[in-house]
Design a protein around this ligand. Structure first.
Ligand code: PLP
Length: 363
């Protein structure tokens, strides 16, 4: 068959191991998955209530215009409904953007250590990758981005806060970058974790789409809203970008149930705020733990931390697994010597620190 040759060099996404699998393999009663940055507090109780009492009409195709959630989000963000593009998770928006814009002869700019789906999709579309080494701090090197961007640059990926480091770029530095970047390049500002940011200097980036006609901002219900299984992500951009990208989007790419549930979750900002507050407190414990044990840790603005481990990261992951904690090895993320840990509930984190203590004493 006539596969794209690039596929020979690529691998399918490696999922983290499941809780059930680890329980069986290590004969454990309790296993905590702190590997995929899901919300340890679940989702709004209103969602469960909705699913119990109101969910219906499964024989009908979903509303292709997603009017319900679209209207609510437009109101929430103070934008026009036509400035929103929905994806089956923001993962799908990354793929829609790549399909619509990237092709052989174009190039695409991103950080060396960032969300792997940007490079993955770009490779499939045959675009040249220009990966700019992250700064020692873990920040994107935006100056470096500007140096490698040229007339053939089609898409620039800015992940803020960044996965897997958790680093937050200042709003001012991103704006200054947008002022200098070639207008022919689409800048994708992936804000999958923005709800967790508590830095008072953080601006409401959504309104920037009215100042920059080459900007799309990605948001998701998978992380802070705790709805990863429902696959709802969205992009916000000026209406002309949205209408081009819509040509590439599959119709009915969000299920009715998922759309309805996202509406319910959006309405419960109190739940979201409570999660953010708890996450903030728990994140401080990770920072303190790292400090206490002289372990390097990146400055996270998210619900995960990238923390140094003694020895090889895969070996550390194995020891943590034996203790019932699933985390992501830095060897998979381009950050050897580190593991990425989702910040759990208070009890989960206490247990995690105990497991980590074992790593330190076994050195
Ligand atoms: C998790 C994540 C996404 C994808 O989320 P979806 O579940 O597809 O909405 C996108 N970008 C980053 C940086 C992520 O960490």
């Amino acid at each position: 068959m006539k596969w794209k040759p690039i596929l020979r060099t690529m691998k399918a996404y490696t999922p983290g191991r499941s809780i059930e699998d680890i329980k069986r393999t290590y004969d454990l009663q309790e296993v905590h998955k702190l590997a995929s940055n899901e919300n340890p507090y679940g989702s709004s109780p209103e969602v469960a209530e909705y699913l119990r009492s109101k969910a219906a009409q499964f024989e009908m195709y979903p509303d292709a215009y997603t009017a319900g959630l679209r209207g609510k989000l437009a109101e929430f963000h103070q934008i026009d409904p036509n400035e929103i593009l929905f994806g089956n998770g923001s993962d799908e928006i990354v793929s829609i953007i790549s399909r619509a814009i990237l092709q052989p002869g174009t190039n695409t700019v991103m950080a060396s250590t960032t969300f792997p789906q940007y490079a993955h999709n770009a490779k499939i579309e045959g675009a040249e990758l220009r990966e700019v080494a992250m700064l020692e701090s873990g920040d994107h090197d935006l100056e470096g981005f500007l140096k490698v961007a040229d007339e053939e640059t089609a898409v620039i990926w800015v992940c803020n806060p960044n996965n897997p480091t958790g680093n937050l770029l200042s709003s001012e530095s991103i704006k200054s970058f947008l002022d200098q970047v070639p207008e022919t390049a689409l800048v994708v500002l992936d804000e999958a974790y923005i709800e967790f940011v508590t830095d008072p200097a953080q601006q409401d980036t959504i309104q920037w789409i009215h100042d920059y006609t080459n900007l799309i901002i990605l948001r998701t219900f998978s992380k802070a809203y705790g709805l990863a299984s429902f696959r709802i992500g969205y992009g916000v951009a000026n209406a002309s970008i949205v209408s081009e990208l819509n040509k590439v989007r599959n119709p009915f790419n969000n299920s009715s149930l998922a759309l309805a549930v996202a509406e319910v979750a959006l309405a419960d900002q109190q739940f979201l705020q409570a999660c953010v507050t708890k996450n903030d407190e728990e994140r401080k414990r990770f920072v303190d733990y790292a400090k206490q044990h002289a372990l390097a840790i990146y400055p996270s603005a998210t619900n995960f931390v990238l923390i140094a481990v003694p020895g090889d990261a895969d070996v550390a992951c194995e020891v943590l697994l034996q203790n019932g904690y699933i985390v992501r090895s830095g060897n998979l993320l381009g950050t050897p010597g580190f593991v990425r840990v989702t910040i759990g509930t208070h009890e989960q984190n206490t247990g995690f620190f105990k497991a980590f203590d074992q790593l330190l004493t076994n050195q």
